[in-house]
Design a protein around this ligand. Structure first.
Ligand code: UD1
Length: 429
């Protein structure tokens, strides 16, 4: 297993290009299952989750052809009774995104219950309740979800599977992949589906644009109420995924923690409004430039409290990285994690580097500023890994971050991007 060896302290400066958004690319790939016709995606980040999803699609019968800068997908020959097995699903919770499209297309899907980051219970009850509201029968057995339309499963030999039915469904609380799953399922349902209390993340807006390009009829993108008028079939489309706001936010926070000057090219300010507001409150000079967002930080960092929340609130996927920055801020910062119940696994590791953080349920109190010192630390999940890398950038001496395969799930070429900003980081086997 590879590690990062980071020698600190570093000051980052320069320009770094943001990759395509992993969390848009995943549902976009799953959307290929909705149609017989080809879907061409560009801007896909080269990260492990994308490779995993592509493998899963290939297992489901999708032809995936890589061309320079794009991936062409064709799902014209998926089986009548498709199955997403545990071996492919276990490492990535987002695999559940194939459930809605398969069910809508084939009237049947059997999908292993997902694994993914160890950041809490993360049920999929809302996905399943929504599909049931659309007329699916759902069974949970042997670690698998089996969903079918019309009672019999698959096409029942007729060649025409029963369609899902349009319905009104209200999410108990906003869920990103839950919203994406139900929107995709609803595109091929009979009649109109109204989804309420939807998540509003930019990744969902991007997915609805892709689905519309395929011929879906969707109203309300970006709001918490989506209305989808089902169509019989979807057509060919080409789509470029949006830039990754979480990756962009991570490099902006890296700029701040190292008191550097970093331009994140391609970053879109509206997607990052809650973070940019915090950066300004912390005393950073934030500049929206023609090709991205630049942050310059010199002098003290002001501590600021944060509560994570569904978009447009502060993203839970930036909480760990933010917490690393707060170890360097003047005063006490309270960070409340309100989305996931077990997302402070980076805190004990930061403690090993000298940070002073107290945890009380969903609250972390960070006492700053503290000098950090290099140590051997272990990445526990994707964003926790990024937090440790940020801390290592300013720690005195050498930090080795173990288990960076977590990082590789969501950050493209992180070490070379950091090196290009002047960081002393190398990958060691
Ligand atoms: C997505 C993102 C992930 C991000 C998260 C929250 C992808 C591939 N992943 O994950 O990076 O951290 O949004 O912004 O886009 N919940 C239920 N029942 C459900 C579904 C969710 O109770 O059926 C709960 C979860 O346990 C969690 C909260 O809802 O507490 C939000 O989770 P959700 O938005 O579903 O996260 P994901 O879609 O898995």
């Amino acid at each position: 297993m590879d590690k990062f060896r980071i020698e600190g302290p570093n000051r980052l400066s320069g320009r770094v290009e943001v990759s395509g958004a992993k969390n848009t690319a995943l549902p976009a790939l799953a959307a290929s299952l909705l149609s017989d016709h080809p879907l061409t995606l560009s801007g896909l980040p080269q990260v492990r989750d994308i490779a995993t999803m592509t493998r899963l699609l290939e297992h489901l019968g999708v032809e995936a052809t890589a061309q320079p800068g794009e991936l062409a997908l064709s799902a014209h020959s998926i089986p009548d009774q498709p199955e997403a097995p545990y071996e492919l699903v276990k490492t990535m919770r987002a695999s559940v995104l194939v459930l809605g499209p398969l069910l809508a297309r084939r009237g049947y899907a059997r999908v292993s219950l997902p694994g993914g980051c160890a950041i809490g219970v993360r049920p999929i009850d809302q996905h399943l309740l929504g599909l049931e509201a659309m007329g699916a029968e759902v069974e949970l057995e042997h670690g698998y979800v089996t969903a079918r339309t019309g009672g019999s499963g698959g096409s029942g030999g007729t060649g025409h599977p029963a369609r899902l039915r349009g319905c009104r469904f209200r999410f108990a609380s906003p869920t990103v992949t839950g919203t994406e799953n139900l929107v995709m399922a609803a595109t091929l349902a009979e009649g109109t589906t109204v989804l309420e209390n939807c998540a509003r993340e930019p990744e969902i807006v991007d997915l609805t644009e892709l689905l519309e390009a395929m011929g879906a009829r969707i109203e309300g993108a970006g709001s918490d109420r989506l209305e989808i008028e089902g169509v019989r079939e979807l057509g060919p489309a080409a789509h470029r995924v949006i830039p990754d706001r979480i990756e962009a936010g991570t490099y902006l926070l890296a700029g701040v923690i190292t008191r550097g000057d970093v331009l994140v090219a391609g970053a879109r300010a509206p997607d990052l409004a809650s973070l940019l507001e915090k950066l300004q409150e912390m005393g950073s000079d934030v500049r929206i430039e023609s090709d991205g967002i630049r942050v310059i930080h010199s002098g003290a960092i002001r501590s600021r409290d944060v509560v994570t929340a569904p978009h447009p609130g502060f993203p839970t996927d930036l909480q760990a990285q933010y917490l690393a920055v707060m170890t360097q801020a003047d005063g006490i910062a309270t960070v409340c994690e309100s989305v996931f119940e077990n997302r402070f696994q980076h805190v004990p590791e930061l403690g090993r580097m000298g940070a002073r953080i107290e945890i009380d349920g969903s609250f972390a109190r960070v006492f700053g500023p503290t000098g950090l010192s290099g140590a051997k630390v272990m990445a526990t999940d994707l964003r926790a890994s990024a937090c440790l890398v940020l801390a290592a950038l300013i720690a005195e001496g050498v930090t080795t971050v173990d288990r960076i395969y977590h990082l590789e799930r969501g950050y493209e070429r992180m070490e070379s991007k950091l090196q290009s900003l002047g960081a002393r980081v190398e990958r060691v086997p």
